[in-house]
Design a protein around this ligand. Sequence first.
Ligand code: SF4
Ligand code: SF4
Length: 106
Amino acid sequence: MPHVVTSKCTGCKFTDCVEVCPVACFYELDNQVVIHPEDCIDCTACVDVCPVQAIYDESNVPAEFQADTEFNALKARELKDSGREAITAKKDPLPTAAQRKAELGY
Ligand code: SF4
Ligand code: SF4
């Protein structure tokens, strides 16, 4: 089962996760990143580096984020199939990141 970025990432996009992924399976949207389900090898490296704990194993995604599994698969496949490269280098977080992080209780 692949790992899934939940909507806790929305508005943060700290991107610590993309740097530690050994297989470059993160794709970038305007407001968050998503994981390509066929490329993720479940190494779990990204889970602990996310400052807002947005990433879960698919089998463990909390009920409130269930829709995110399909969202990651759909968006990541769409971007990869369109020729977009995976994101592998850390960027500055979104301007809303600090506020969003506080709202999420981290
Ligand atoms: S580290 Fe967390 S908040 Fe940052 S881009 Fe990755 S999943 Fe999103
Ligand atoms: S679990 Fe590993 S392979 Fe999957 S997205 Fe995270 S770092 Fe990449």
